[in-house]
Write a protein that binds this ligand. Structure first.
Ligand code: FES
Length: 122
């Protein structure tokens, strides 16, 4: 899934949810765009029950996007996120790379919160 927000101003980020929670099934990924520290960034969202975790959609290996097409992420049979570029595999609690070319590094987490049926920047 992919969504796009027109958060033209950083201040708007707090007023506009990243995504309605109902659009993110349990165990699924979504890609959203948001302004972080003044820069437009692509974020990866992952839902785990009532919780949603978010990371920058940037692989620590070579800085490529993790999705193979906007919003299309690979998940292994073991429940790992797999970078579409060179196959680095990330666990989905802390975003640590557990296999592949950047083993031991981690995705950069972005604080998000769930409230009022939506995901927001924290
Ligand atoms: S850029 Fe992700 S594994 Fe190389």
């Amino acid at each position: 899934m992919r969504t796009s927000l027109n958060n033209a101003q950083e201040g708007a980020a707090a007023a506009v949810p990243l995504l309605a929670l109902e659009r993110l099934p349990d165990g699924a990924f979504a890609e959203v765009e948001a302004v972080i520290d003044g820069d437009a960034e692509s974020l990866l969202l992952y839902r785990d029950g009532d919780h949603v975790r978010a990371w920058l959609n940037i692989c620590p290996h070579a800085g490529r996007r993790l999705d193979w097409a906007p919003g299309q992420f690979l998940k292994s049979k073991d429940g790992l996120l797999v970078c579409a570029a060179h196959g680095a595999s990330f666990e989905l609690r802390g975003g640590e790379c557990v296999a592949g070319p950047c083993r031991g590094e981690a995705l950069r987490a972005v604080e998000v919160t769930v409230r009022d049926g939506a995901v927001w920047l924290a």
